[in-house]
Write a protein of this length. Structure first.
Lengths: 129, 123
C-alpha cells in the first residue's frame, strides 16, 4: 500500500474515472455484440488496472470488485464463460456503484461498501476470488 | 542511473517516476510491451521495471524478447504486478526476471531496496 495516499488521491480519481468510462463504453459494445474480442480484452485490462490502483490506495472494496470483474473476463477470454444479459446488467450496476464510490472518495476520502455487487457477481459467475 | 518503467497504468507510471526521480534516477516510461522494447534500444537503461499485464505485448513476452537479444539480455529486470501467484513469479524468473515485487503488498521503500540490491549501488 502507498504510505502517502493523500498525495495521490487526485491522480487516482482522474485515472480511475477514465478506466470507468472505458469500462462503460466497452460493456455497451458487448451488449450489442457479446463476442467482441477487442471489447472483452479491454474490459479485462482496465478492470485489472483499476484493481491495481485501488489496491495501492487501500480501497479494498473497489479492488475486490474489480478483481472479480477481471477474473470473469479472463474466463471469457479463455472461452470458459460467456457474457449473458444478466451478467451485463450486474456489471453495469457494479460500475454505477464504483462511480458513486469514487465520488464518495472525492468528497469524504472513503469508498462505499461494494460487497452487495461483489456477491451478486460471484453468484452469477461462480467465481471465487 | 537510468531506469525504464514499462507499465500501462498512468497512475503507477506517475507514482514510480516521481519517486524514482526524487531518488536521483533518470526515468523513462513506456506504456506497453511493444513501446517498451523500442525504448530499451533508445534509452539503454541500467534497469527495467516491468509490469506483466499490458496491452500489445505483455510482460512475459517482453522478458522473452529481451532474453533472446544479445544486446539487451543482461539488463536486469524487476517485474512488478498484482498477479502475485507462485506460478507467475516462477514464470517471470524462468524468463530472466531478476526479482519480483507485488504491487498490492509493498511500499516504495521496499521496491527501492530491490532496485539498489539489483544495481548493487549504495546510497
Amino acid at each position: 500500500m502507498i504510505n502517502d495516499t493523500s498525495a495521490y488521491k487526485n491522480l487516482y480519481l482522474e485515472t480511475a474515472r477514465n478506466y470507468l468510462n472505458n469500462l462503460k463504453t466497452n460493456l455497451s459494445k458487448l451488449s450489442e455484440n457479446n463476442q467482441d474480442i477487442d471489447a472483452i480484452d479491454k474490459v479485462y485490462l482496465d478492470a485489472h488496472s483499476l484493481k491495481s490502483e485501488s489496491t495501492a490506495m487501500n480501497y479494498s472494496s473497489t479492488a475486490s470488485l474489480c478483481h472479480l470483474i477481471e477474473s470473469i473476463f479472463r474466463e471469457i477470454k479463455e472461452k470458459k464463460a460467456f457474457i449473458s444479459s444478466d451478467l451485463l446488467i450486474s456489471l453495469n450496476d457494479s460500475l454505477q456503484n464504483i462511480a458513486s464510490s469514487l465520488d464518495n472518495i472525492d468528497r469524504d476520502n472513503k469508498e462505499i461498501d461494494l460487497s452487495t455487487n461483489l456477491e451478486k457477481l460471484k453468484k452469477l459467475s461462480n467465481i471465487e476470488i | 542511473m537510468r531506469i525504464l518503467i514499462i507499465e500501462d497504468d498512468k497512475f503507477f507510471q506517475k507514482f514510480y517516476s516521481e519517486k524514482l526521480k526524487e531518488k536521483g534516477f533518470e526515468v523513462f516510461v513506456a506504456s506497453d510491451g511493444e513501446e517498451g522494447l523500442q525504448k530499451v534500444g533508445e534509452t539503454d537503461p541500467n534497469l527495467i521495471l516491468l509490469d506483466i499485464i499490458m496491452p500489445k505485448k505483455d510482460g512475459f513476452e517482453v522478458l522473452e524478447a529481451l532474453s533472446k537479444n544479445e544486446r539487451f539480455h543482461k539488463i536486469p529486470v524487476l517485474v512488478f504486478s498484482t498477479l502475485g501467484q507462485e506460478q507467475d513469479i516462477a514464470k517471470a524468473k524462468s524468463l530472466g526476471a531478476r526479482d519480483y515485487a507485488n504491487k498490492s503488498f509493498f511500499d516504495f521503500d521496499d521496491l527501492l531496496k530491490k532496485i539498489q540490491t539489483t544495481l548493487a549501488i549504495k546510497q
